[in-house]
Design a protein around this ligand. Structure first.
Ligand code: CDP
Ligand code: MG
Length: 708
């Protein structure tokens, strides 16, 4: 194996780390940061006094890099070298090098704030600026002061602005490992294509027919597009005249592929064969595929963004930044000079692309992160003033504090409650943790665990939502339908039925349910119940047996628990139609997702109130996964909403006197009422107008008939 660039700087790196508690290392993607740094420090004895931790923002990367390092050191994965990702821990007391997601390290810091097991913490892929890595950066700043003699922190990155991080860490040294990147010729399109799939297909075939050997890496935005392009590319390659060009294999690469499919991209192709790798931006920095000479860049990426005023996530396809475009192009120049085909004009690159990517912390809901920070119990932390590399907007922080207060995780003065402390320990989003605790009080924890596990699967597990559902399916013969109460209950019933028939795989297939997803859920459920066993009232087995009774009660307790957990995600139906209005901070109109199992009553109306799992904006705002609830459960939550004071919740000084608070909350109340009234009135007005218009139309046509 050719020596990786980073190994040529081994001595310099070790020396610098010895002399400084924090060091930033910048190196070209593929230079060996993720796989080699941990081994370098292992060789230099750093693993004698503790474990060397390497964080990764992506689960896939944590697993694949750990596997690779175990291989290089010739040890069994899970022994000296292991990994830990959410719901999967492959480490042992022998483990010296531990790859883990940044989320897992954050959670570990709850039970052990000094992270005393570790002698070294490497925050890898810092340029991805994942939410959890950003929070860890802030925590590391405190930690190195607490453990100056026995902890070393490394921050590594491909393209990060090293000086910015260095400033953040009191001018720590920045080491740059020069990569040996070959020149990459950039070819722009004259205009943006109407279809990125077709345009990528044409470009790929053009390369295959006219260009010398070398693999082709194509950046698409998501699994659906990748699958379509892979199919088309395979067909097209097969239809080419035999002997007119070399063989080709086409491989997809994205986060939801099973691991054994992902690692296929690391095995070199057979002689005289070109590989087409169709990938998400996972291939941009986290995984390096060797042998790539040609890159096709659509210029887009799929990004989740959160709007704190509406509480809505949208999954948008957005333009990449200049940094991302350059990084993608660089993938073509690792083994020899390459070419990058940008499917957009150079003017777009110059004028439209942002210089850098917006960090996740500025486009996510922060309820979970704020709960962690609160439960770390750092006396001097005012969340609204926490030391972030790039601070989130105060809207986002306030939204998080309000959400946490509504679900009893923090009290009116912003201190974490006992409930909040337990919630933080569960590896779930705060709303789901809260649901479990509430269900525990009502004796239906076992069922809530099932729902939590079903909702934790990365893909939707309701039938008929799988991607290739265009083909006509026969209606499922024996699939539970959620008793009309909605999707949560359907998810529960599906799992319970599957459990009753001894986890029969054939039944899943017959009903178009994802086998791998369901097996994952079974595993997650088992782990969650182990974690929660400590706090569970009574015996889970007994509860399981009692689930029949809960079913006969229309799952009343379970739905009530969901309502408590998702107190900031409730909606009220409009009086005259089946649209809903969200209850909470800023009310807006939303629809039940068309695929929902929620049933209408005899008058064709949905329930008056629902709880929803997620608001997602596609063509219009939709509630995904909804469940019917009762008004009597909603009223106490609305009362709570009226008495909020964000300054106090943040843990800072209470700048508002009680009198003022009362005034402002009643103002808030008036404002909400006004919105409500407006809303109602305008709806009624609109309905009246529609009615009058219909009436006029009818009279006109009657008049015409009469004339005849
Ligand atoms: O982290 P960085 O991008 O600097 O590089 P790395 O992930 O440590 O990878 C260094 C080299 O090992 C690259 O050439 C990868 O292609 C290779 N590698 C591999 O072949 N298989 C893996 N699972 C991981 C890395
Ligand atoms: Mg890396």
């Amino acid at each position: 194996m050719v020596s990786l660039p980073i190994l040529q700087f081994e001595e310099k790196i070790v020396q610098t780390v010895q002399d400084n508690p924090v060091v930033v290392i910048i190196g070209e993607t593929g230079s060996g940061k993720s796989t080699q740094l941990s081994q370098i420090f292992h060789r230099h004895g750093y693993s004698k006094s503790g474990v060397i931790a390497v964080t990764q923002p992506r689960r896939v990367a944590a697993v694949s890099v750990a596997r690779r390092v175990a291989q290089e050191l010739n040890v069994n994965l899970g022994e000296e070298v292991g990994y830990a990702i959410r719901f999967e821990d492959r480490t042992s007391p022998k483990t010296k090098i531990k790859y883990l997601t940044d989320g897992v390290l954050l959670r570990e810091s709850l039970s052990n704030p000094e992270l005393s097991d570790y002698s070294m913490i490497i925050l890898d892929e810092a340029h991805e600026r994942s939410l959890n890595t950003d929070i860890l950066l802030g925590l590391m700043k405190r930690l190195v002061k607490l453990r100056p003699s026995n902890l070393r922190v490394l921050i590594t990155s491909a393209t990060l602005d090293g000086n910015k991080v260095s400033d953040f860490f009191m001018n720590c040294p920045v080491l740059t490992v020069p990569g040996k990147l070959y020149p990459v010729e950039i070819l722009y399109s004259n205009e943006r294509p109407t279809s990125y799939i077709e345009s990528s297909l044409r470009t790929a075939i053009d390369i295959h027919v006219h260009e010398p050997e070398g693999d082709v890496l194509i950046f698409m935005t998501g699994q659906d597009d990748i699958e379509k392009l892979v199919d088309k590319l395979r067909d097209k390659v097969q239809s080419l005249e035999e002997g007119s060009c070399m063989d080709a294999i086409v491989l997809p690469l994205h986060g939801s592929l099973p691991p054994e499919m992902q690692v296929r991209v690391f095995t070199p192709p057979p002689q005289n064969c070109r590989r087409f790798i169709v990938a998400t931006n996972i291939a941009e920095t986290s995984l390096t595929v060797d042998g790539v000479v040609y890159v096709i860049d659509s210029g887009y990426v799929k990004q989740r963004q959160y709007n704190p005023t509406s509480g809505m996530y949208s999954l948008d396809v957005v333009q990449i930044s200049k940094v991302q475009a350059d990084q993608r192009a660089g993938r073509a120049g690792r083994t020899r000079p390459g070419k990058c085909y940008r499917l957009y004009p150079s003017k777009v690159y110059q004028d439209e692309l942002l210089d850098v990517t917006i960090p996740e912390i500025q486009r996510s809901s922060l309820a979970g992160s704020v709960l962690y920070l609160k439960s770390l119990d750092l006396s001097d932390i005012d969340i609204l003033k926490f030391d972030f590399l790039d601070p989130p907007s105060s809207d986002t922080l306030e939204d998080a504090l309000k959400q946490l207060h509504l679900i009893d995780a923090i009290d009116t003065s912003g201190s974490i409650t006992n409930v909040g402390k337990i919630m933080a320990e569960l590896p779930l989003e705060p709303a789901l943790s809260r649901t479990l605790l509430e269900a525990n009080e009502y004796g239906c924890l076992s069922q809530a665990l099932t729902i939590a596990a079903m909702l934790s699967a990365e893909t939707s597990l309701l039938p008929g939502r799988s991607k290739h559902s265009e083909k006509k399916r026969k209606p499922p013969p024996d699939l539970p339908d959620g008793s009309g109460l909605g999707d949560h209950i359907q998810l529960l019933q599906i799992y319970e039925y599957w459990h009753q028939i001894d986890y029969h795989i054939g039944w899943l297939k017959d009903n178009d349910l994802q086998v791998r997803g369901m097996l994952f859920v079974r595993d997650v459920r088992k782990q969650l119940s182990q974690i929660i066993q400590k706090i569970a009232k009574g015996n889970l087995d007994v509860q399981e047996a009692e689930s029949e009774r809960e079913r006969r009660r229309d799952y009343k307790n379970l739905r009530k628990a969901l309502c408590a957990g998702y107190a900031s995600q409730l909606a009220e139906r409009m009086t005259l139609h089946n649209g809903y209005r969200t209850i909470g901070f800023k009310s807006q109109l939303v629809q039940v997702h068309p695929s929902s199992m929620l049933r209408t009553d005899d008058d064709g109306m949905f329930p008056d109130f629902v709880v929803y799992h997620e608001l997602i904006s596609t063509s219009r705002p939709y509630m995904r996964n909804v469940c019917a609830i009762k008004v009597s459960w909603v009223i106490p939550i609305m009362k709570k909403l009226e008495n909020l004071n964000v300054n106090r919740l943040s843990g800072g000084s209470d700048q508002v006197t009680d009198g003022e608070q009362r005034k402002s909350s009643s103002l808030l109340q008036q404002k909400n009422l006004a919105i409500e009234q407006d809303d109602r009135e305008s709806k009624i007005q609109a309905a009246r107008e529609r009615f009058l218009a219909r009436k006029a139309e009818r009279e006109q046509s009657l008049g015409r008939k009469a004339k005849k």
